[in-house]
Structures are given as structure tokens and as C-alpha cells.
Design a protein around this ligand. Sequence first.
Ligand SMILES: [Zn+2]
Length: 259
Amino acid sequence: MAALTRLVEVAPNVYVARSRLYATATTVLLDGHGGALVIDPSWEPDELAAIPADLAALGVTCAAGLATHMHYDHVLWHPDLGYVPRWATPGTVRATVEHREQVLAPLVGEMPDDLIAIAAHLTPIAGTELEWRGPKAIVHEHDAHAMHHLALEIPDWGLLVAGDMMSDLELPMPDVDDVDLVRYRTGLDSLQDVVRRTRLLVPGHGTDAHDPMARWDADRRYLDDVVEKGRTDDPRATDPEMAELHTANLARAGRTPRG
Ligand SMILES: [Zn+2]
């Protein structure tokens, strides 16, 4: 078997590749019947091309894709992954059709035109379970990081593919029109019971968590700090890349930055 270039097996049937850009996760789930579900493939052209090559090395083919949310770095694709359904929540599909240009604008000039052309062609998920050949896969939709965002739970595997929530690198990053953090907190809270029964959490950016509740607690504590105290000792907030976001979160909470 050819060596895998990017995918790393993190649990049985679960493979993750991390992009050199923002440690963005590509998550691959094997359905046990020779098929693979490819979630949020990312990011740079050579990294995207390595995913189908790695699937071939594993002896599986891409059966379907999944986009956790509408942001440009989560709706990418590669022609060698094939013309298979690429699922997303109905609201995400609607947004990427109605606002396609706006969604993909950050890619223009950064990615080859052919990869932009095949990005964000999504199919709505019917109901709250994926119709794939693997074990039961539950879609948990919320509006925290983005409207119509989903987290995918595979209960038999104790797995949660979280999208852009519960990262060890990035602070909670609300949708632009979340003006008071209430929507973010509501979305995070809606995942609490799911995270509690999860054993492995794969965030959209950062590293995988084997103690998922610690990630949930960190995000909740940060939001509480911002709203109630106007300050936090969350280590993520000391990252210069997070300064602007932290200041914006304080403003959302009606706070001005303090020490
Ligand atoms: Zn995002």
C-alpha cells in the first residue's frame, strides 16, 4: 500500500489531515463498505490533491462530502474526489447559492479558478441523519459560529466532528451579525449533552481532543468571562492572531478591553 501523505488515523475508521493554513481539518470517515465521507476538505491546491491520493492508498473511494458550514475554507473540493453528493444543512445550501460570490470572495486570487468553480456545490441533508453506509450519523445544527452550522456525531464511535467550535487555537468566533454573543452561547449550550457523551472531538482548526468536555468548558468559561467580567485568562486570548477577535467579543458583550 502506498504511504499516506496527509491523512493520519486518529481512531478506527477516522482520519484527519491538518492544513498548513490555520491547522484546518480535513476529516475522512470510512463507511466500512469501501466508501469514504470527506468532511471540509482543505485547503491549498496540493493539500486538496493529496486527499483523493490518500483515499486511493487506503483502497477506498469518496462516496460523499460534507460541509460543516458556509465559510469558504469549509466548502472546498477537488475534482479527483469525484462528482458525489456534498451534503450541508439546507440553510447552508441556500446561503451558498444566494450569496455564492460573497462566500467565495476570499478565495479569488488565492486559489486557481477551476478550484473556485467547483467549490460550494452542495446538496441539502434531508432530516437529522446522514444517509451514508456507515454507522448512524447525527447532524446537530446550531447558529453559533455561523448560521446553519452543523456538528456531526457518530455515537457508535464516540466521535464529534465539530466544525469551527471548541478549538484549542481559536477563541469562540461568532457570526458577524451576532451582536451580543447570545446566539453563540445558545449554540454552544445546545451541544453540551452531545459533547458530554463524546470521546473524540475533531475541531475545524487546531488539534483533536480526547477530553472533549474540557474544550466545551473552555469556550463556555471564555464567554462567561467576557460577558460577566470583561476580562479573561484564557491562554488563547494571548495569541496576537486572536487580539482583534477578542476585542470584538468584548464589544459584543458591551465591554471595553481590560487587562
Ligand atoms: Zn468558519
